[in-house]
Design a protein around this ligand. Structure first.
Ligand code: FPP
Length: 284
């Protein structure tokens, strides 16, 4: 493969592609159903993509030495496919681009999105190694749907359950994402909240938070009178519980990312509900 192409692919793999793509697609879908026109949707997509890219790249840039120490060959910086410096520069470029792209949705909505991205960057910069490690996820995922709704035409006020559901989802994702890395992290001195709770506590926290997120979102969606069939909405937490049980069971194998993937599926279920509720989130 030509060096430019393989370098670009390695850079793409270094951004944490799964959460980056998932978060961007989900927020884009919410922007569509909350009534933005094509340019409005593209602006939201670009703002969220650049924000998530900056968080993902900064994470790999700052973690390079630690990832090398524990032989994380899944990381392109560790395998030498892309340099630490390139990933750092990419993070900075994405963060700078994110500022005007966010503010294009309005000052209030844009500023809240920048706080969400800032929370992710602060996580990378060191909060991930403290007892407060879950807070950036709470802030980031609580604010993302608020950004979309407040940035819609007429700046409608988001209902209370929107940031609450998003924050619960983000907090659950943190515990699930850290699970496969608990042992490696302890070797390199990373002691966030999941490490302090241990594998069992983190597994319970992730499942509890994600299920609570599903219940809050279903209650919100139904109380807002969204055009979602009631049996389908009520089935969501039940399906979420099944997916989590299967994902966490598979995740007992060392290094498995099954719990994180289960979280992604549950997040998809929750966001499908949210997306369907989009039209009522912005009023008649
Ligand atoms: C922080 C935040 C609000 C993120 C938003 C979602 C997002 C884009 C996540 C991808 C990047 C990231 C910080 C992963 C966790 O890193 P890690 O160092 O805990 O784990 P790793 O071993 O997967 O890099």
């Amino acid at each position: 493969m030509r060096p430019v192409v393989s370098g670009a692919l390695a850079l793409a793999r270094s951004c944490h592609p799964e959460p980056t793509v998932a978060v961007t697609l989900l927020v884009t879908a919410l922007a569509i159903t909350t009534g933005r026109d094509l340019s409005g949707v593209l602006i939201v997509t670009a703002a969220v993509l650049t924000g998530q890219l900056s968080i993902g790249w900064l994470n790999d840039h700052l973690d390079a030495a630690r990832d090398r120490a524990v032989g994380r060959t899944d990381k392109p910086v560790v395998s030498g496919a892309v340099s630490e410096r390139t990933v750092g520069v990419a993070a900075a470029v994405a963060a700078v681009a994110c500022v005007p792209l966010s503010l294009a949705s309005g000052w209030l909505a844009g500023s809240l999105h920048l706080v969400a991205v800032g929370a992710g960057l602060v996580y990378d910069l060191g909060v991930k190694s403290t007892r407060w490690s879950v807070l950036p996820y709470v802030v980031c995922f609580g604010l993302l749907p608020v950004f979309v709704v407040l940035g819609a035409p007429g700046s409608p006020a988001p209902p209370w359950w929107l940031p609450v559901g998003g924050a619960l989802l983000g907090a659950g994702a943190h515990f699930a994402n850290v699970l496969p890395d608990l042992d490696d992290d302890l070797v390199t001195g990373v002691r966030g909240l999941p490490h302090r709770l241990g594998a069992g506590g983190s597994r319970l926290a992730a499942a509890g938070l994600l299920l609570t997120a599903s219940v809050v979102l279903v209650a919100g969606v139904l109380s807002a009178g969204a055009a979602v069939p009631v049996p389908l909405a009520l089935a969501a937490p039940v399906v979420a519980a099944g997916v989590l049980a299967a994902g966490f069971a598979a995740g007992r194998r060392p290094g498995s990312r099954a719990p994180f993937r289960a979280v992604m599926v549950v997040a998809l279920i929750d966001v499908a509900l949210l997306v369907a509720a989009g039209p009522v989130l912005v009023g008649p």
